[in-house]
Design a binder for this molecule. Structure first.
Ligand code: HC0
Ligand code: SF4
Length: 575
């Protein structure tokens, strides 16, 4: 640590930390628009300027490391004037459409303008309107609202290694856009939505489809069946002022019924179903030598898209199991429809997801493959559900809990941990162990695959057989593992692993691109703790012990990988 002063007060801070972070630790907020704790600073916006006592220059707090003994002035009239001018210039070149903006009330520029008490815009310019890019099913990119802070491009490049977004042109013409000026759906974009989750203003946001939900609820003879994803339950509360990580599953079920849903199910049920199929597939690959190893998870649609674009040679490694969302849709329109005596054509199947790529996933070909009609009709993000609940005047934080509907609503703790990085792996291990050894795993918490390291490798002892596993999250972290597998394949070596889990977003779905704004590592940790505590509180913690899972195989699917299961629950990939 080093000793510094901030506004004359002594502090001991970590060496090599930035002035911005040191001040934050000391409880002093230096405003900024371009930095984010997920990203390296690149000093774009110029709002975080501070003074070093004794020096005539102002420095940018985000990109300047503390020097022992220095005294930093973070707030004085001159600094405030500089910051105010930058904010006024930004506002001058920004559409004045706050009332109808996707980020109204949560926009960081709007907040700064409010904090600085800006009452008029001194240099109003004619804002150049550029067309909105609505080319993907997931996102809307409105370049007119872009303030060139660069966060989206940094996220897309640093965290996701996709490089769909970059700075085009130079000088005052600079703007952020897909490389080479193409539309987003013509770019390498994987629809993860991390750009939208990091945009401080309303320049990139999810394609809002809440009206479609309202229309379905209003329509005659439409049976609206909704599922909620694992990660939604530990984040939605944030929209209503609850602590990140608060488990609100029962409140969400209640709210969905108040919004007019006819049946409320849980994607966690299908996560258990995925484990039955994907776990059995894994065990088959290990014990019979049919199919290549390692098996790689395929439930993250951004990862699937990325793999098809960049690692098509890995297709044989991909589990053929559909994602839980797609499985839930498939059994909603078949098994549930038959049991409830409802015509599948009249069911409108809605998925509430922490993810923008899930909107893209239902456009993939196999959405029609199971039931003959669309298995999932509509995907809404956690943010969209939050808005619908607000618009309906529902006091979410004080709602009573209710239960999901049968026969596809019950879930185990293994199903819920799908929402965190390493969770699919851990859930699979809990069931694969039973399938291989015919005994139950002693310590059910598989700590080897937990944590926030970008790549985690470990092994699990299956009664004398060592099962080697690896987990990667944040798309930029997947390369080292894929290269290892590719090299082993090319040289004809033993596969380095048996099973790999990949999630595109840092932390897994709990930090998906459709979650409430403001996701940073401290929030990720709280949501993850919420998920693990949901698992710990569950009476049933292994997918194969979920009574509704046992029932669906008995009544309908026969056994994992049966012909019917193959038809309804498995998919294929294209180069
Ligand atoms: Fe996920 Fe899923 S865990 S991808 O992160 O597998 O979005 O929450 O719903 O489908 O279950 C997202 C979350 C899901 C799926 C599940 C998987
Ligand atoms: Fe990049 Fe993901 Fe945004 Fe696409 S959705 S531009 S891949 S950050």
């Amino acid at each position: 640590t080093v000793e510094i002063k901030i506004n004359g007060q002594p502090y001991e801070v970590e060496s090599n930390t930035s002035i911005l972070k040191a001040a934050k630790k000391a409880g002093i907020k230096i405003p900024t628009l371009c930095t984010h704790t997920d990203l390296e600073p690149w000093a774009a916006c110029g709002i975080c300027v501070v003074k070093v006592e004794g020096s005539p220059k102002m420095v940018r707090a985000c990109a300047t490391t503390v020097v022992p003994g220095q005294n930093y002035i973070t707030h004085d009239p001159e600094l405030q004037k500089v910051r105010r001018t930058v904010i006024e210039m930004t506002l001058s070149n920004h559409p004045q459409e706050c009332l109808s903006c996707a980020k109204n009330q949560i926009c960081e520029l709007q907040k700064l303008a409010a904090d600085f008490g800006i009452r008029e815009i001194p240099f109003p310019m004619d804002v150049k309107r550029l067309p909105k890019d609505t080319s993907t099913a997931s996102l809307v990119f409105d370049p007119s609202k872009c303030i060139q802070c660069g966060r989206c491009a940094q996220v897309c490049q640093q965290l996701q290694d996709v490089w769909a977004l970059e700075f085009l042109h130079r000088g005052h013409q600079t703007r952020i856009a897909p490389a080479a000026g193409v539309l987003l759906n013509e770019s390498p974009c994987i629809k993860c939505g991390q750009c939208s989750a990091h945009c401080p203003v309303g320049a990139i946001y999810e394609k809002s489809q809440t009206q479609e939900f309202c229309d379905a609820v209003e329509a005659d003879n439409v049976h609206v069946a909704v599922q909620i994803a694992p990660a939604v339950r530990v984040a939605l509360g944030e929209v209503f002022g609850m602590e990140p990580g608060s488990i609100t599953t029962g409140k969400i079920y209640t709210a969905l019924r108040m919004l007019g849903s006819d049946a409320v199910f849980d994607t966690n049920f299908a996560a258990d179903l995925t484990i039955m199929e994907e776990g059995t597939e894994l065990v088959k690959r290990i014990t019979t030598g049919s199919g290549v190893l390692p098996q790689i998870t395929s439930c993250c649609p951004s990862w699937t898209d990325y793999m098809e674009k960049y690692y098509p040679d890995m297709i044989p490694h991909f589990s053929t199991a559909k994602s839980p969302m797609m499985m839930q849709g498939a059994v909603t329109k078949t098994y549930y429809a038959e049991k409830a005596g409802i015509d599948k054509e009249s069911i409108y199947s809605v998925a509430i997801m922490p993810c923008t790529a899930k909107k893209y996933e239902i456009g993939r070909d196999d959405n029609m493959a199971a039931s003959g009609v669309a298995d999932v009709d509509l995907v809404l993000t956690t943010r969209e559900l939050g808005r619908m609940i607000k618009a309906a005047g529902i006091d979410f934080a004080n709602l009573k809990d209710s239960e999901a509907d049968s026969p596809i609503g019950a879930y185990s703790g293994a199903g819920t941990i799908f929402g965190v990085t390493g969770g699919v792996m851990e859930a699979a291990v809990r069931t694969a162990y039973k399938l291989v050894t015919d005994a139950e795993l002693g310590d059910i918490n598989v700590n080897a695959v937990r944590g926030m390291e970008g790549v985690r490798k470990g092994s699990v002892d299956f009664n004398g057989t060592e099962i080697k596993v690896a987990v990667a999250h944040g798309m930029a972290n997947v390369k080292s593992i894929m290269d290892e597998i590719r090299e082993a394949n090319e040289k004809g070596l033993e596969p380095p692993y048996h099973f790999i889990e990949v999630m595109a977003c840092r932390g897994g779905c709990i930090a998906g691109g459709g979650q409430p704004y403001g996701t940073e590592d401290n929030i990720r940790e709280k949501r993850i703790a919420g998920i693990y505590s949901d698992d710990e509180k569950s009476v049933v913690r292994r997918s194969h012990e979920n009574p509704e899972i046992i029932q669906i195989y008995k009544d309908y699917l026969d056994e994992p990988l049966s012909e019917k299961a193959h038809h309804l629950l498995h998919t294929s990939y294209t180069e």
